[in-house]
Design a binder for this molecule. Structure first.
Ligand SMILES: Cc1cc2nc3c(=O)[nH]c(=O)nc-3n(C[C@H](O)[C@H](O)[C@H](O)COP(=O)(O)OP(=O)(O)OC[C@H]3O[C@@H](n4cnc5c(N)ncnc54)[C@H](O)[C@@H]3O)c2cc1C
Length: 553
């Protein structure tokens, strides 16, 4: 194993030293790891294949000639611990949303909906208007008081060494709660607590975000996904990143650089060779190939990519006890829009500005979700694709040029559920385009059912006169971001405890002692949380003999 790096082309790299750590991938988690390690005095080189850092957490000017910087992929923050922001001195803030959610529907032929937010009295009133009584509201309060208790107990553990299952159960200390959330399919609790189909559906959606599952899935995949959607920050709130997701990534890159980490974009890592003590990382740039030596390699790319980098080695990435290399597939449609104006609602009891500033659920009744799952499981695009929308610029207009904000332009983010990658398989690019167009058309048609005017009529136009709308299938995301199968969490989420056998202490370990996962693919990774990066850095610093406390904090 060479002790120093070398470039096989004179332009590929000017590195001439071995690093304490090479980080593969500059997603937000890779940047978190880089910042922690550099602050602890380690020499750090981060290699990112794209021309920019941030991975799926970025802001981009999406429509030509239109000065609106959209959070193109991920868009809301819940799982990022304040501790990471404080430790790294990040200049980054989130803003609370005044409205939690609005879910339009039609009852007795009349447009109505469920509004959650703006204080207890208004939420209670909305439940009564929809369901005709107090029961569902009271169940809602009980249910989410229960999830909040779990959040307060579980969230702080995510940045500590993994507890065992039994330790986490003891910590939660409520047998009924444990049963409902960790042992039995989520659908059972949802059906015990709630009777109204729409209310049940709204609750279940948090178990299906980016996850192909259903209420009674015996694998409890929906429970795992639900858990990560209700524990963030110890409250489960989903907040607006001020300045968009790119503001977070930029703050992280600044923190890493100012601590001394070197960040190289346009560097695609192809291979990692390790003897367990030192490693050699081979990368490619536009100019040629190069290698760099490191004591440790932290991999922010997916577990599947890590396996390939290790030469297709089976089991290499699965030391963390999470997902290893089995094929995974994403299950969402992401749509970005810029509007000249917000469309009004058919339900005149709620103002559109309020409805779109929270999560706007579409076609997410309990039965609708079950039917969409059945159709997608049979390989068909759901007839009424469920989705949820949110308008960033209502809470944080800073992502729009002042003249656009003044004219009333608004962004609209749509996240479609239960549209697995398999629904977009086709022999040719034009067939795949047609499937994407069909999914988009069906999704917007469901939205339009609740609007006073079609959303298409409200779209802004770019410099070429094209409507400001783009849709991304799992396959698109796989191509752009290398998310395996387009899975937004690099693979299905896992419960936040140690594997019974062979699991690592931090959930980042692999089969090689000096190669760690530091991204969404680690045991508690997934989502914009920085937790994968933090935990990998802690594993390294712990192995270095307790330098964490002295040098990082
Ligand atoms: C459409 C969409 C919407 C989402 N919405 C939300 C949301 O609102 N809130 C939320 O919390 N989460 C959301 N998520 C999930 C969240 O964005 C991801 O789980 C998270 O960003 C993963 O971060 P990461 O740093 O671990 O990995 P990534 O962001 O995937 O970054 C990995 C990096 O590694 C690089 N890389 C890969 N292979 C190589 C290689 N061979 N050499 C060098 N570099 C390489 C990639 O280019 C990438 O930059 C969403 C994701 C998507 C796709």
């Amino acid at each position: 194993m060479p002790a120093a790096s070398r470039a096989t082309s004179p332009n590929a790299s000017d590195d001439s030293s071995a690093y304490d750590a090479v980080i593969v991938g500059g997603g937000h988690n890779g940047l978190v790891a880089a910042a922690y390690l550099a602050r602890a005095g380690q020499s750090v080189l981060l290699l990112e294949r794209l021309g920019r850092t941030g991975g799926a957490a970025v802001s981009e000017q999406t429509f030509r000639g239109v000065d609106a910087r959209l959070s193109r992929y991920s868009y809301l923050v819940s799982l990022l611990p304040q501790r990471i922001i404080d430790d790294l001195g990040l200049r980054f803030a989130v803003r609370k949303r005044g409205v939690s959610s609005y879910t339009p529907t039609v009852r007795d032929g009349r447009p109505t909906g469920l509004f959650v937010g703006d204080g207890t009295a208004r939420t209670r009133e909305s439940f009564a208007r929809l369901t005709g009584g107090e029961r569902e509201f009271e169940a809602w309060e009980r249910f989410y008081t229960m999830t909040q208790r779990v959040a307060q107990k579980v969230f702080p553990t995510l940045t500590e060494p993994l507890p065992t299952r039994e330790e986490l159960k003891r910590r939660i200390g409520e047998d009924d709660t444990w049963e409902a959330l960790f042992e039995r399919p989520l659908g059972e609790a949802v059906e015990e607590y709630f009777t109204d189909d729409l209310v049940r559906g709204v609750v279940l959606t948090d178990g299906l975000i980016g996850t192909f599952s259903h209420a009674h899935d015996p694998s409890l995949l929906q429970n795992r996904c639900f858990l990560y959607h209700v524990i963030g920050g110890g409250t489960g709130d989903w907040d607006v990143p001020v300045g968009g997701m790119g503001a977070l990534t930029d703050a992280l890159a600044d923190a890493a650089r100012s601590a001394g980490a070197r960040i190289r974009t346009g560097h695609t890592v192809q291979r990692i060779d390790t003897d367990g003590t030192t490693a050699e990382v081979r990368y490619r740039t536009d100019e040629g190939e190069g290698t760099v030596a490191a004591r440790r390699v932290l991999v922010n790319a997916s577990p599947q990519a890590l396996s390939q980098m290790l030469g297709g080695e089976q089991g290499a990435a699965s030391g963390a006890g999470r997902r290893g290399e089995s094929p995974v597939s994403g299950s969402q449609l992401k749509v970005n829009m810029l509007l000249r104006r917000l469309p009004g609602l058919k339900d005149t009891a709620v103002d559109a500005r309020e409805a779109f500033s929270g999560t706007f659920h579409v076609a997410e009744g309990y039965e609708q979700l079950a039917e969409a799952h059945r159709q997608a499981a049979a390989g068909e695009l759901p007839g009424a694709p469920p989705s949820e929308l949110y308008c960033h610029s209502l809470t944080d207009p800073s992502i729009l040029a002042p003249e656009l904000a003044a004219e009333g332009f608004q962004t609209l983010t749509l996240f479609g559920l239960l549209t697995p990658a398999e629904c977009f398989e086709a022999g040719s690019a034009s067939e795949r385009d047609a499937l994407r167009d069909a999914a988009l058309a069906r999704t917007l048609a469901e939205l339009d059912r609740h609007l006073a005017e079609p959303v298409g009529d409200c779209l802004a136009h770019d410099a070429d006169g094209r409507p400001c709308i783009e849709a991304k299938t799992p396959r698109d995301l796989e191509g752009e971001l290398r998310l395996p199968g387009g899975h937004i969490f690099h693979g299905d989420l896992s419960f936040p405890w140690a594997a019974e056998e062979g699991g690592g202490r931090w959930g980042v370990e692999t089969a090689h002692p000096n190669v760690l996962l530091c991204g969404a693919g680690s045991v508690r990774g997934g989502g914009v949380s920085g937790i994968g990066g933090h935990n990998a850095a802690m594993a390294v610093l712990e192995a270095e003999g307790g330098r964490v406390a002295a040098q990082v904090r």
